[in-house]
Design a protein around this ligand. Structure first.
Ligand SMILES: C[S@@+](CC[C@H](N)C(=O)[O-])C[C@H]1O[C@@H](n2cnc3c(N)ncnc32)[C@H](O)[C@@H]1O
Length: 246
């Protein structure tokens, strides 16, 4: 079965397109168009650490269909394809310039599409795992992005989201500064807020691990499962916080 039908998926009207005005991501696109050629060098150690920590917690199995939302220059996809060569990979990003770099690294077997987290150009239930690293704090409509991740997952499929964690004071401060001075930035979340968001989008078995990758960067990786529709409402919002305290 062909799961990533590029043409078909791109031809059909995108779900929720109307709630994401095109210019909502104008400043972010401009920011990443300028940054793309330098992104991997400028953020080298941050990317290496965040990708390593995400991969460690993603537990990708061979033949899993994995979608990376906000894949940027494709470093996480590259790491997954190295660790699990049989996994079937796709990535989306709003920045064409970032995607161009991601495409130049992939053998062509990775389905890379321009698109928004809030309107994923994929059919329902075609993913086993949706991953995202250092992108969630840009999403203007986080609930819509989670609804879309939930939609494209099969029942029993998982999300694995790594992002800044504003439980850590340094991240809280950095988030505030960026909200004031960086138009592309939206907001970082603390562990409580993100678990509430994820629970209210119908995920279960929410698990959050917090950790630091440097003196500045306090991160969290959130994993959660798409439960069968009938059981979702009955499962209370239990989530487990990793041992490392901020
Ligand atoms: C900090 S980079 C992270 C890239 C990559 N995931 C990594 O770990 O290196 C954030 C990426 O998210 C993308 N992005 C931000 N908002 C997005 C959205 N709503 N939909 C899709 N991509 C988005 C940006 O264009 C950018 O490439």
């Amino acid at each position: 079965m062909v799961i990533w039908k590029r043409k078909e998926a791109l031809d059909r009207p995108l779900k929720q397109e109307a709630v994401v005005p095109a210019d909502d991501y104008g400043s972010l696109r401009r920011e990443y168009a300028a940054l793309a050629p330098r992104y991997n060098i400028r953020w080298q150690s941050y990317i290496a650490a965040s990708v390593r920590e995400t991969l460690k917690r993603a537990h990708i199995r061979s033949h899993d269909r994995v979608l990376d939302v906000g894949c940027g220059t494709g470093e996480l996809l590259k790491a997954i394809s190295f660790a699990v060569p049989e996994a079937r990979l796709a990535g989306i990003d709003v920045s064409l310039e970032m995607l161009k770099i991601a495409r130049s690294k992939s053998s062509g077997s990775v389905d890379m599409r321009e698109g928004c987290a809030e309107a994923l150009p994929f059919e329902d239930g075609v993913c086993d795992v949706v991953v995202s690293s250092s992108a969630f704090h840009f999403f203007r409509y986080p609930a819509a992005a989670l609804t879309e991740m939930h939609r494209v997952l099969r029942v029993g499929g998982r999300i694995v989201l790594t992002d800044w964690c504003s439980d850590y004071p340094a991240c809280r401060l950095y988030d505030l500064i960026l909200r004031l001075f960086s138009p592309g930035h939206f907001r970082a979340y603390n562990s409580k807020k993100i678990s509430q968001l994820i629970y209210s989008e119908g995920f279960s078995e929410i698990n959050i691990e917090r950790y630091k990758i440097s003196w500045l960067w306090g991160m969290m990786t959130v994993t959660a499962k798409k439960a069968p529709a009938a059981t979702t409402a009955q499962i209370p919002p239990r989530y487990h916080l990793g041992k490392q305290k901020p």
